[in-house]
Design a protein around this ligand. Sequence first.
Ligand SMILES: [Zn+2]
Length: 55
Amino acid sequence: MAKKKKNPVEVYQMVCGSCQTRNYVVSLKRENKSLEVKKYCPSERKHTPHKAKKA
Ligand SMILES: [Zn+2]
């Protein structure tokens, strides 16, 4: 039986705030639109704030 999706999850890309590289892909609920997390940026080889952008 096919279930209806109650909480649609959308795919976002985590974009590096300083070099704009898309390093990660995450799936978030719609409410968490402006998410900013410190993540490791492979091109800069350090942790930078990453913003969630719609894929
Ligand atoms: Zn970067």
